[in-house]
Design a protein around this ligand. Structure first.
Ligand code: GLN
Length: 306
């Protein structure tokens, strides 16, 4: 007879050598196998786990021990305030990517009717979070993977987010003739030879969502060179990148004709998100918003020049 508390303790022992979050993983997977909440598990720790349920749970713990991300095992991941469905065709949305959403929202007044593009949307995480927070904006999310777009579209449908459309293609390729007030992207930015790709959860995730050439800059270069063509005068681009890449991204943005380039740190103090603006032309009046100044002088940012 194995109780809930025993099953959890056994699972933690199995996972603690391979996962830094063994306790959490064991609990989330038990909640998933029993279709119960965290509160229910806490209140019923002495109850016996049925044999079939225990076997199923042990199977899931074994998948996790072999490195499969918890989100792929359960099929779900929380991002921003959204519960997103994920599968192995999309990157598991990361908590640090919520910074990209935060910074984007600072550039979009609450009632703005901006056109916003998310390049390489994967599960749709970034685009859906912005679309939910700014219901008057129109989001266009692109991805080269049709499987990823299917996941993202299903997420939009299930969450009843309607101010978004999905287009298949590489970065800006499906955006011919369109321009935007804001472009956001969390592209792949890991260098091809980086040993982190072999370890842990990353080995299970789609390699095209993670690695980007010898320096990890290929996708950022493509995006930086194409973005200006799809930004309105005075429009902004915001990208997430690796924490050693801020100088390279600055140069990419400069070469792409952007200015007011600013790098912001993540909560661990690593440079993580770079913003750049398409210069305002005299012909098209730029709709200035107060949030521009927030971005240029944010209290917690590493300003690498403006
Ligand atoms: N935009 C998606 C996310 O941030 C996918 C990113 C990617 O596949 N590189 O989760």
């Amino acid at each position: 007879m194995t109780s809930i508390d025993d099953a959890l303790a056994q699972a933690v022992r199995i996972l603690e050598n391979t996962s830094a979050t063994a306790d959490l993983d064991a609990r989330v997977l038990l909640e998933h196998s029993l279709s119960r909440t965290h509160a229910w598990l806490l209140a019923h720790g002495k109850e016996t786990v049925h044999r079939d349920e225990l076997e199923r749970y042990r199977g899931l713990i074994d998948d996790r021990r072999r490195g499969e991300p918890v989100a792929y095992i359960t099929g779900w991941k929380e991002f921003w305030s959204l519960r997103l469905q994920v599968e192995c065709s999309v990157l598991v949305p990361r908590p640090e990517t919520e910074h990209l959403v935060e910074h984007a929202l600072r550039l979009i007044p609450q009632h703005a009717q901006y056109r916003i593009a998310d390049l390489g949307t994967g599960s749709g995480a970034v685009a859906l979070a912005i679309a939910r927070e700014r219901p008057y904006c129109e989001l266009t999310a692109t991805d080269v993977s049709i499987e990823a777009l299917r996941v993202a579209e299903n997420n939009a449908r299930r969450l009843e987010i309607q101010n978004i459309r999905f287009l298949c293609g590489h970065w800006c390729a499906p955006l011919a003739g369109l321009d935007f007030d804001l472009i956001v992207s969390n592209p792949p930015y890991i260098a091809d030879g980086d040993s982190c790709l072999l370890h842990d959860d990353l080995a299970h995730e789609p390699v095209t969502a993670l690695k980007a050439g010898p320096e990890g800059l290929d996708a950022l270069r493509d995006i930086g060179s194409e973005a200006s063509r799809h930004l309105r005068s005075g429009g902004w681009i915001l990208v997430e990148h690796g924490y050693g890449q801020q100088q390279a991204v600055r140069q990419i943005f400069e070469r792409g004709g952007l200015h007011r380039i600013v790098c912001n740190q993540d909560h661990s103090g690593h440079p993580r998100i770079t913003a750049g603006q398409k210069p305002v032309t005299r012909l098209t009046p730029y709709r200035r918003s107060d949030s521009d100044d927030d971005l240029i002088q944010p209290s917690n940012s590493a300003i690498t020049g403006a």
